[in-house]
Design a protein around this ligand. Structure first.
Ligand code: AMP
Ligand code: ZN
Length: 146
Protein backbone atom coordinates (compact mmCIF):
# COMPACT_ATOMS: atom_id res chain seq x y z
CA UNK A 1 0.00 0.00 0.00
CA UNK A 2 1.33 3.46 -0.87
CA UNK A 3 1.60 6.23 1.70
CA UNK A 4 -1.17 8.06 -0.19
CA UNK A 5 -3.49 5.05 0.10
CA UNK A 6 -2.62 4.60 3.75
CA UNK A 7 -3.67 8.15 4.60
CA UNK A 8 -6.59 8.55 2.16
CA UNK A 9 -9.93 8.95 3.94
CA UNK A 10 -11.92 7.05 1.29
CA UNK A 11 -9.34 4.24 1.18
CA UNK A 12 -9.81 4.03 4.95
CA UNK A 13 -13.57 3.76 4.45
CA UNK A 14 -13.05 1.08 1.77
CA UNK A 15 -10.79 -0.86 4.17
CA UNK A 16 -13.33 -0.47 6.99
CA UNK A 17 -10.97 1.54 9.18
CA UNK A 18 -13.44 4.44 9.28
CA UNK A 19 -17.16 3.72 9.62
CA UNK A 20 -19.58 4.59 6.86
CA UNK A 21 -23.26 4.14 6.16
CA UNK A 22 -22.72 1.75 3.27
CA UNK A 23 -25.64 1.26 0.89
CA UNK A 24 -23.94 -0.88 -1.77
CA UNK A 25 -20.66 -2.70 -2.14
CA UNK A 26 -19.08 -5.12 -4.58
CA UNK A 27 -15.57 -5.91 -5.77
CA UNK A 28 -15.27 -2.63 -7.72
CA UNK A 29 -17.09 0.08 -5.76
CA UNK A 30 -18.35 1.07 -2.37
CA UNK A 31 -21.34 3.43 -2.06
CA UNK A 32 -22.04 5.18 1.22
CA UNK A 33 -23.92 8.19 2.55
CA UNK A 34 -22.11 11.48 2.17
CA UNK A 35 -21.69 12.81 5.67
CA UNK A 36 -22.97 16.24 4.59
CA UNK A 37 -26.36 14.90 3.33
CA UNK A 38 -26.72 17.90 1.05
CA UNK A 39 -30.18 16.51 0.45
CA UNK A 40 -31.44 13.38 2.29
CA UNK A 41 -30.02 10.29 0.60
CA UNK A 42 -26.93 12.07 -0.80
CA UNK A 43 -24.61 9.17 -1.61
CA UNK A 44 -21.02 8.81 -2.78
CA UNK A 45 -19.88 6.05 -5.10
CA UNK A 46 -16.13 5.43 -4.90
CA UNK A 47 -13.92 2.99 -6.77
CA UNK A 48 -12.24 0.64 -4.30
CA UNK A 49 -9.02 1.24 -6.19
CA UNK A 50 -7.39 4.53 -5.21
CA UNK A 51 -7.65 6.82 -8.21
CA UNK A 52 -7.25 10.52 -7.66
CA UNK A 53 -9.66 11.89 -10.23
CA UNK A 54 -11.34 11.22 -13.58
CA UNK A 55 -8.05 11.85 -15.41
CA UNK A 56 -6.54 8.78 -13.72
CA UNK A 57 -9.18 6.21 -14.81
CA UNK A 58 -8.50 3.71 -17.53
CA UNK A 59 -11.37 2.57 -19.77
CA UNK A 60 -12.01 -0.65 -17.86
CA UNK A 61 -12.20 1.02 -14.46
CA UNK A 62 -14.48 3.74 -15.84
CA UNK A 63 -16.79 1.17 -17.42
CA UNK A 64 -16.92 -0.83 -14.20
CA UNK A 65 -17.48 2.12 -11.86
CA UNK A 66 -19.97 4.05 -13.98
CA UNK A 67 -21.96 0.89 -14.74
CA UNK A 68 -22.91 0.72 -11.06
CA UNK A 69 -24.58 4.12 -11.02
CA UNK A 70 -28.06 3.36 -12.42
CA UNK A 71 -28.67 0.52 -9.95
CA UNK A 72 -27.65 2.66 -6.97
CA UNK A 73 -29.52 5.71 -8.31
CA UNK A 74 -32.71 3.66 -8.69
CA UNK A 75 -32.43 2.33 -5.14
CA UNK A 76 -32.01 5.86 -3.77
CA UNK A 77 -34.98 7.09 -5.80
CA UNK A 78 -37.17 4.23 -4.61
CA UNK A 79 -36.13 4.88 -1.00
CA UNK A 80 -38.36 7.93 -0.78
CA UNK A 81 -41.40 8.72 -2.95
CA UNK A 82 -40.65 12.44 -2.57
CA UNK A 83 -37.52 12.06 -4.70
CA UNK A 84 -38.39 13.33 -8.16
CA UNK A 85 -34.94 13.82 -9.69
CA UNK A 86 -31.22 13.41 -9.10
CA UNK A 87 -28.04 15.30 -9.89
CA UNK A 88 -25.01 13.10 -10.48
CA UNK A 89 -21.74 14.93 -10.35
CA UNK A 90 -18.04 14.32 -10.10
CA UNK A 91 -15.65 17.07 -9.07
CA UNK A 92 -12.10 16.99 -10.41
CA UNK A 93 -9.46 19.33 -9.08
CA UNK A 94 -9.57 21.87 -6.31
CA UNK A 95 -10.86 24.56 -8.64
CA UNK A 96 -13.81 22.26 -9.45
CA UNK A 97 -14.59 21.82 -5.72
CA UNK A 98 -12.87 18.47 -5.25
CA UNK A 99 -11.89 18.24 -1.59
CA UNK A 100 -11.19 14.51 -1.24
CA UNK A 101 -8.59 13.33 -3.73
CA UNK A 102 -9.91 9.81 -4.12
CA UNK A 103 -12.33 9.96 -7.02
CA UNK A 104 -16.00 9.81 -6.10
CA UNK A 105 -19.35 10.37 -7.74
CA UNK A 106 -22.05 12.31 -5.92
CA UNK A 107 -25.64 11.12 -6.24
CA UNK A 108 -27.80 13.97 -4.97
CA UNK A 109 -31.50 13.19 -4.84
CA UNK A 110 -33.75 16.13 -5.64
CA UNK A 111 -37.04 16.81 -3.93
CA UNK A 112 -37.99 20.21 -5.33
CA UNK A 113 -36.52 23.29 -6.97
CA UNK A 114 -36.28 24.75 -3.48
CA UNK A 115 -34.16 21.99 -1.91
CA UNK A 116 -30.59 22.73 -0.88
CA UNK A 117 -28.79 22.13 -4.12
CA UNK A 118 -28.08 24.27 -7.12
CA UNK A 119 -25.96 24.25 -10.23
CA UNK A 120 -25.83 27.34 -12.34
CA UNK A 121 -24.61 27.10 -15.94
CA UNK A 122 -23.75 30.37 -17.62
CA UNK A 123 -24.83 30.68 -21.26
CA UNK A 124 -21.85 32.21 -23.09
CA UNK A 125 -23.05 31.26 -26.56
CA UNK A 126 -23.42 34.93 -27.50
CA UNK A 127 -19.61 35.18 -27.36
CA UNK A 128 -19.06 32.27 -29.78
CA UNK A 129 -19.11 32.14 -33.54
CA UNK A 130 -18.52 29.09 -35.76
CA UNK A 131 -14.75 29.68 -35.93
CA UNK A 132 -14.46 29.80 -32.17
CA UNK A 133 -16.53 26.65 -31.61
CA UNK A 134 -14.41 24.85 -34.23
CA UNK A 135 -11.16 26.00 -32.65
CA UNK A 136 -12.22 24.64 -29.26
CA UNK A 137 -13.56 21.43 -30.87
CA UNK A 138 -10.29 20.84 -32.76
CA UNK A 139 -8.09 21.40 -29.71
CA UNK A 140 -9.99 18.65 -27.86
CA UNK A 141 -10.24 16.21 -30.76
CA UNK A 142 -6.47 16.40 -31.32
CA UNK A 143 -5.82 14.96 -27.87
CA UNK A 144 -8.27 12.05 -27.77
CA UNK A 145 -5.60 9.47 -28.45
CA UNK A 146 -3.02 10.90 -26.02
P1 AMP B 1 -15.84 16.70 -3.03
O1 AMP B 1 -15.93 18.11 -2.50
O2 AMP B 1 -16.50 16.52 -4.36
O3 AMP B 1 -14.41 16.21 -3.02
O4 AMP B 1 -16.69 15.81 -2.03
C1 AMP B 1 -16.16 15.22 -0.89
C2 AMP B 1 -17.33 14.78 -0.08
O5 AMP B 1 -16.89 13.83 0.87
C3 AMP B 1 -18.02 15.91 0.69
O6 AMP B 1 -19.35 16.06 0.23
C4 AMP B 1 -17.96 15.43 2.15
O7 AMP B 1 -19.14 15.70 2.86
C5 AMP B 1 -17.73 13.94 2.00
N1 AMP B 1 -17.05 13.29 3.10
C6 AMP B 1 -15.88 13.65 3.67
N2 AMP B 1 -15.55 12.79 4.65
C7 AMP B 1 -16.54 11.85 4.69
C8 AMP B 1 -16.79 10.69 5.49
N3 AMP B 1 -15.94 10.31 6.46
N4 AMP B 1 -17.90 9.98 5.27
C9 AMP B 1 -18.77 10.35 4.30
N5 AMP B 1 -18.59 11.42 3.51
C10 AMP B 1 -17.50 12.17 3.71
ZN1 ZN C 1 -7.95 6.52 -1.67
Amino acid sequence: MTEEEKNCIFCKIVRGEIPSYTVYEDDVVKAFLDISQNTPGHTLVVPKKHVKDIFAYDDDLAAAVFSRLPKIARAIKKSDPRIVGMNILNNNGKVAYQSVFHSHIHLVPRYSAADQFSIHFTDNSANYDEAKYKQVQQAIVEHLED
